[in-house]
Design a protein around this ligand. Structure first.
Ligand code: NAD
Length: 261
């Protein structure tokens, strides 16, 4: 078994579900102390219980916070440092899809809601965590973008704007902080079967969403959805010291689909 995270402190947002939860499980198995952040307190407790099944000795701090609120972000960073003394790695991951609609019908309220979580939330996370990492002189960050952040998908104005923005923030901050021993990368997942994607398929057809899902993955070279644990393996690698020289770049994990759009 790998122990790439022995003695390391890893902070994860959106840890109550999906990609954040799967990454927490993988990283905990490898010895990390975890600070887990989510809007949903009950889902954080669920993640904690799952982590303790695979890593019974794991030290875990749960923080209920809205990443779209800068004060709450500053607070989750301070709480993590107060408890563990440092932040080795940060998975800046919480996000929402928002409604699917044509650009002309995509309301400003919806646009601003999606951007406030997916883009402002990632920016606030970078702002407050990078200060800590620069002062420490080490650290790694993975921001969650999307194939919708590197390609046009359609019907996702808020999501597309926010996820392209996440790629931009990654490139910008990676250039700034490499000199301080901090690497910053983004991942661009394709369709990974999490509660968010289930919700997205239900927006298309609530009664036949599983059938819609089968059609949805037909154009994928691998003809399937990705699994959250497959993203967890990638995130664990990217946050580990093995990936320190990967910086200011975005890595797709989508079965090859983004090269077909
Ligand atoms: P998910 O809905 O399963 O999990 C997201 C978690 O984030 C939830 O626990 C939710 O409570 C939390 N969250 C939402 N808004 C929050 C807020 N304002 N503050 C704090 N926590 C908040 O979704 P997921 O599929 O695991 O998505 C995780 C990330 O991956 C998102 O940024 C999403 O855009 C991105 N992504 C997912 C896919 C996919 O196919 N699943 C593809 C590309 C990108």
């Amino acid at each position: 078994m790998n122990n790439r995270f022995d003695g390391k402190v890893v902070l994860i947002t959106g840890a109550g579900s999906g990609l954040g939860q799967a990454s927490a499980l993988q990283i905990a198995k490898e010895g990390a102390k975890l600070a887990l952040v989510d809007l949903n307190a009950a889902s954080l407790e669920e993640t904690k219980a799952k982590v303790l099944e695979v890593a019974p000795d794991a030290e875990i701090l749960l923080i209920t916070a809205n990443v779209a609120d800068e004060k709450a972000v500053e607070n989750y960073v301070n709480e993590t440092v107060a408890k563990f003394g440092k932040i080795d790695s940060f998975f800046n991951n919480a996000g929402i899809e928002g409604k699917q609609d044509l650009t002309e019908d995509f309301g400003l309220d919806e646009f601003q809601k999606v951007v406030s979580v997916n883009l402002n939330g990632v920016f606030y996370g970078l702002k407050h965590v990078l200060k800590v990492m620069r002062e420490q002189g080490f650290g790694s960050v993975v921001n969650t973008a999307s194939v919708g952040g590197i390609r046009g998908v359609g019907n996702q104005s808020g999501y597309a704007a926010s996820k392209h923005g996440v790629v931009g923030l990654t490139r910008n901050s990676g250039i700034e902080y490499g000199q301080y021993g901090v690497s910053i990368k983004a991942i661009a997942p394709g369709a990974i079967m999490t509660p968010m994607v289930e919700g997205s398929l239900k927006q298309i057809d609530a009664d036949n969403w599983e059938e819609v899902g089968k059609q949805f993955v037909e154009p994928n070279p691998m003809k399937r959805f990705g699994k959250p644990e497959e993203v967890g393996y990638l995130v664990a690698f990217l946050l580990s010291d093995q990936a320190n020289f990967i910086n200011a770049t975005v890595i797709p994990i989508d079965g090859g689909q983004s090269y077909k759009y």
